[in-house]
Design a binder for this molecule. Structure first.
Ligand SMILES: [Zn+2]
Length: 166
């Protein structure tokens, strides 16, 4: 099954959230965006995130702003590594200097592209603790469009209940 559109809940360990946030915050202190990836396993309609993956990346600044680049070869290497362990990517998470939204570049050059996968954008260079409430969340549909996805799909693993639904 190569499609994650039937996933109705994503369980994420708190340390995956906080470690990713810390990485993006450190990059932000140097004025750079950063990206982390969540990997794990699907169990019927629930996805269990097990690993925070930090790809080799390059933050660049242009007159138009900043962006983060992951080379195709690095992505292929990571996919191979995950495949060996029976894991798959479910989401990419990246920081923005200011507001959290999916830019045209984010739509076009997404790193994680499997149908039903997620893209989360964290505002303000991840300066605060991770919060689903202030994170912009998108999901890619069968037509390849990134659409808003509800916070209520995400749960902190082991802590039960919904987190930050509003
Ligand atoms: Zn972006």
């Amino acid at each position: 099954m190569n499609d994650f559109s039937d996933i109705q809940a994503v369980m994420v360990p708190r340390e995956v959230l906080e470690d990713g946030q810390a990485f993006m915050r450190a990059a932000g202190k140097m004025g750079r965006e950063a990206m982390v990836l969540w990997a794990g396993k699907k169990d019927s309609s629930t996805f269990h995130v097990t690993d925070l993956v930090i790809p080799e990346q390059r933050g660049i600044s242009t007159d138009d702003g900043v962006c983060v680049i992951v080379e195709g070869t690095e992505l292929a290497r990571l996919n191979m590594e995950l495949h060996k362990r029976g894991l798959k990517f479910i989401a990419q998470v990246h920081s923005h200097p200011g507001a959290a939204y999916h830019s045209n570049t984010d739509d076009t050059y997404a790193v994680v592209t499997r149908i039903g996968c997620f893209s989360l954008v964290v505002p303000d260079f991840a300066i605060r603790s991770f919060s689903f409430r202030e994170t912009a969340i998108y999901r890619i549909n069968r037509a390849g469009q990134w659409l808003d996805a509800p916070t209520s799909l995400f749960h902190i693993a082991g802590e039960g209940g919904y987190y930050g639904a509003c």
